[in-house]
Design a protein around this ligand. Sequence first.
Ligand code: DGY
Length: 322
Amino acid sequence: MSHVYLSRELTPGAMAALRSLDLPVVVHDDPDRPPSRDRLLRDAAGASALITLLTERVDDELLDAAGPDLRIVANCAVGYDNVSVAAAHARGIVVTNTPGVLDEATADCAFGLVLATARRLVEADRFLRAGTDWIWGPQLFVGLDLSAGATLGIVGLGRIGLAVARRAAAFGMRILATGRRAAGAEAAAYGVEQVELPRLLAESDVVTLHCPLTPDTRHLIGPDELAAMKPTAILVNTARGPIVDESALVDALRRGEIAGAGLDVFEDEPRVHPALLEMDSVVVLPHIASAGRATRDAMGRLAVDNVRAVLAGEPPRTPVQA
Ligand code: DGY
């Protein structure tokens, strides 16, 4: 029987669920680093299922290396821009992702970045740790008030965007949004106003990105869009790095076209543009938005359950459509 290949060890709960399927399992032996490309191609050979992460490029080469037994690529992430879905479907291979189970964790992190950047929390923490002489002052680390009618612009109001809207509504923010759910009943309950991107950029104090990375959204936020934002505005990205033209973002921050950025994702991960690391107005995180314990467990279990279903001849739970 051909094996299930995992490019990284998942949570103990997800691994136990996988082992209970009583299938041969091959797990990449370094829990902290992805396999090299050569190693991936070698270890995937002959697999019936691949459980991949966003660090693996799943393309013609990998699918050919896996061979004719491969029936499913279960990507353990909601985003699947690393997977050539067309190449998989052309071979009759199912592709699945992990939607739904990470919405709240991702929204928590996005809103954490909104707060940290708007209220300069990380900058203030660094200031104290540096042993700086200080005393309370009326202008010490003043930032953007979120609850005083600030406007949040949500680009891509899907499941995660809606979870962010819920948090923003609780803070009393005015909410603008683009995206398919922006006109729905739940969005209306949070006071979301559906708008086009130009108006969202012009009127928002904080712009937060929640759209998938597709050919249409690559560099959706470039020089013109950044210039269209308020000079006091903040950009938050917990979606995918290439949605923002990172060099243009650096230029916009340098020129004061926008006031700050909270970034969990980068254009060329794991590289971070060195200029971003030097700016006090920028908060950077190493792509951890879904990194809640229960959330990561749920993602792993869902990926495993998709493998179980497909290998048992059942429909996958969360298939990616063509
Ligand atoms: C995703 O799920 O797409 C995140 O980026 C990783 O959890």
